[in-house]
Design a protein around this ligand. Structure first.
Ligand code: SF4
Length: 380
């Protein structure tokens, strides 16, 4: 199969479309041209997977995520990216990216992590759950061979981050748990070259792989889909409990954590359910974890629902504050005052944001310059 300039443009255009969360918010983002790193299907490496058990008759059990797929020879797990080849398990997506962009770190979103900097953001095809409102379903819900991919090994990723003056590599867009080995190797290589790594995840990962990975990461953002098993099982084909365990593990290991809740009308927008979620976050994770309440737009299998009313987000923001969370945010509403960071003590504005732009950042040495309140996060 030949790769043409037209294909390169298609890749870039598709990628831009896939990751636009709000029209007009992309002005700081651009794609990395990997057209000279195109490979044929059979040329991509097959790398032996980590965390799997060998069972009887050549079967294996994958232990990377809570799906714990049992896979017979010549079959793949639920995510479609791992294959049992003669009783050994392989990842098919190591170094195989379908998207590579430079994004503002605010787009991840991470608001208390190097504000105003850029992240080299990469993804491979695949996911371990299926959210009916997935923003990137064109790449998350397909097998690797169904998507045009490029060879981007860990060292090249780290060198590219340095070349474009990105202090951070972000594993994002699809679920990085399914490209665990690639993420792990890239984070190790990045650290060696002085580039940080952040995981943008649904939290659907088992404890052992997470604990092994955490020392190589600098921050983690978890999409907390909703505070009910019903929502997880009916809307996302997953379960709530493993995500709660992941959140607790991240805090136990003292890694910087931010949480996103995409608020979907009628499905996970009730004040009482979210109040319970905020209480759980405060009690189990602490009152200083930033919680981003983001606006839903109709997409994929939920085109029948309207965008989230801004009043719903504002009510939830106030509920989070009532419960005692110090850093709630509203997301996907560019220009809203609740995108900015306020001192939880004196209430003065500390980081003024509009969309992904930082207009001012007054935080000095993790302190509010007006009253001295400690502001948690990694600010330099
Ligand atoms: S990573 Fe993929 S193969 Fe492994 S348990 Fe999860 S869904 Fe199954």
């Amino acid at each position: 199969m030949e790769f043409s300039r037209r294909d390169a443009l298609k890749f870039i255009c598709l990628s831009c479309l896939s990751f636009t969360t709000f029209e007009g918010m992309e002005k700081n983002a651009f794609s990395i041209d990997l057209s000279n790193q195109f490979k044929k299907e059979e040329e991509f490496p097959k790398v032996e997977a980590k965390f799997y058990d060998k069972l009887k008759d050549g079967k294996i059990k994958c232990k990377i995520c809570p799906q714990e797929c049992e896979v017979t020879p010549n079959e793949r797990g639920t995510c479609g990216t791992r294959e049992n080849i003669e009783g050994k398990y392989y990842t098919l997506v190591h170094s195989r990216v379908c998207a590579a962009h430079i994004d503002p770190i605010e787009k991840k979103p991470l608001f208390h992590f190097l504000p105003g900097t850029k992240a080299l953001s990469i993804a491979t095809p695949g996911c371990n759950i299926e959210c009916k409102y997935c923003q990137n379903w064109e790449i998350s819900q397909f097998r690797p061979e169904e998507i045009k991919c490029f060879y981007f090994p860990p060292r090249s990723v780290a060198l590219t981050a340095k070349k474009y003056k990105c202090p951070t590599i972000a594993y994002t867009y699809t679920e990085p748990t399914i490209f665990y080995e690639y993420m792990y190797d890239t984070a190790v290589e990045g650290k060696r070259m002085g580039v940080k790594s952040v995981m943008i995840s649904n939290g659907y990962i088992n404890r052992d792989p997470l604990v092994k990975l955490i020392p190589h990461l600098d921050a983690i953002k978890i999409d907390f889909k909703g505070f009910s098993e019903k929502f997880y099982s009916e809307i996302c084909r997953g379960h709530l409990k493993p995500v709660l365990e992941t959140l607790e593990t991240i805090v136990e290991k003292k890694k910087w954590l931010e949480i996103v809740v995409l608020v979907i009308p009628t499905l996970n927008d009730s004040i009482s359910e979210n109040r319970n979620m905020f209480k759980w976050i405060k009690t189990r994770l602490g009152d200083s974890i930033p919680v981003h309440l983001t606006r839903f737009y109709p997409i994929y299998k939920l085109k029948n629902l309207p965008p989230t009313p801004i009043s719903t987000l504002e009510n939830l923001y106030k509920t989070a504050q009532d419960v005692g969370l110090k850093f709630p945010y509203i997301g996907n509403v560019p220009g809203h005052p609740y995108e900015s960071t306020y001192c939880p003590s004196c209430k003065k504005i500390l980081i003024h944001r509009v969309g992904f732009e930082i207009l001012e950042n007054n935080i000095k040495n993790n302190r509010c310059p007006y009253c001295g309140e400690y502001i948690p996060g990694i600010f330099k």
